[in-house]
Design a protein around this ligand. Structure first.
Ligand SMILES: NC(=O)c1ccc[n+]([C@@H]2O[C@H](COP(=O)([O-])OP(=O)(O)OC[C@H]3O[C@@H](n4cnc5c(N)ncnc54)[C@H](O)[C@@H]3O)[C@@H](O)[C@H]2O)c1
Length: 248
């Protein structure tokens, strides 16, 4: 029997790099998967790949920063697959600006997509998890929450918020059989990283102890660990897969 058979998982941003790899890793362990993304065609491709692994899957279009849209999308997943056991809050964006030049709209959009979304999606799944006394919530933060980075103050602030949210919620629900944890990837080869300026990426390659960027498949096994019974003693933790870029 696979580790996650009988479980229903939702991966937000499941059409993207880390999300896609995690959908496939969770599906390989037998979880039914809701792929929630604002990119519906991309989500459909990933959901179809998950179905080929022998699990039920569903692609749902959703802007995870939109309250009504999140409620509707999660309702569709529950209707199609059943109550949600595992939530991987992974959708995110990246933009670049020095603070002195940053428009408030850029700051607000970062907080909406990378932080508010985590609250909105989590709130949708908590009541059923509490009723059923089992749940797994995994939030994608970033190593930049710890170390910061020039031109990414808004991103680092949102991701630090994700860690604060993770720890606080972990206290609230640990005795309900629900674990809440965060992952803090370093630079991972995905479309998101490709949007970062070349000078930043060149510099990062010289700094990284491992000498290369990570691959999404090097993040997904940690998501599976935190999603499974084997992850039962991780509470409010932040797990850092970062090629040694920030050792904590
Ligand atoms: N790639 C890295 O180096 C890196 C490092 C640390 C943390 N992260 C985090 O990992 C997560 C996944 O990033 P990735 O690198 O796979 O990027 P990606 O761009 O490949 O994937 C992000 C996915 O999120 C979706 N998305 C974006 N905004 C959305 C919205 N409002 N509603 C619904 N879906 C939305 C996109 O459509 C995309 O499918 C993000 O939270 C990111 O901040 C990435």
């Amino acid at each position: 029997m696979s580790k996650l058979s009988g479980k229903v998982a939702v991966v937000t941003g499941g059409a993207g790099g880390i999300g896609r790899a995690s959908v496939l890793a969770l599906a390989a362990e037998g979880a039914a998967i809701g792929v929630v993304d604002r990119n519906l065609p991309g989500a459909e491709v990933v959901a179809a790949a998950a179905a080929k692994l022998g699990v039920k899957s569903l692609a749902v279009a959703c802007d995870v920063g939109d309250e009504a849209g999140v409620a509707e999308a999660f309702g569709k997943v529950v209707a199609g697959l059943g109550e949600i056991d595992i939530l991987f809050n992974n959708a995110g964006i990246d933009t670049i600006s020095a603070v002195a030049d940053m428009k408030a709209a850029m700051w607000d959009e970062m907080m909406r997509v990378n932080l508010r979304s985590i609250f909105l999606c989590t709130r949708e799944v908590l009541p059923a998890m509490q009723r059923r006394k089992w749940g797994r919530i995994i939030n994608t933060a970033s190593q930049l929450a710890h170390k910061g980075a020039p031109r990414m103050a808004h991103y680092a602030a949102a991701k630090a918020g994700v860690i604060g949210f993770t720890r606080s919620l972990a206290y609230e629900v640990a005795r309900d059989g629900i674990t809440v944890n965060a992952i803090c990837p370093g630079p991972i080869n995905t479309p998101l990283l490709k949007d970062i300026p070349q000078d930043w990426r060149d510099q990062k390659l010289t700094e990284l102890p491992i000498g290369r960027f990570g691959e999404p498949e090097e993040v997904a096994p940690t998501v599976v660990l935190l999603a499974s019974d084997a992850g039962s003693y991780y509470i409010g933790a932040t797990l850092n897969m970062n090629g040694g870029d920030y050792m904590i």
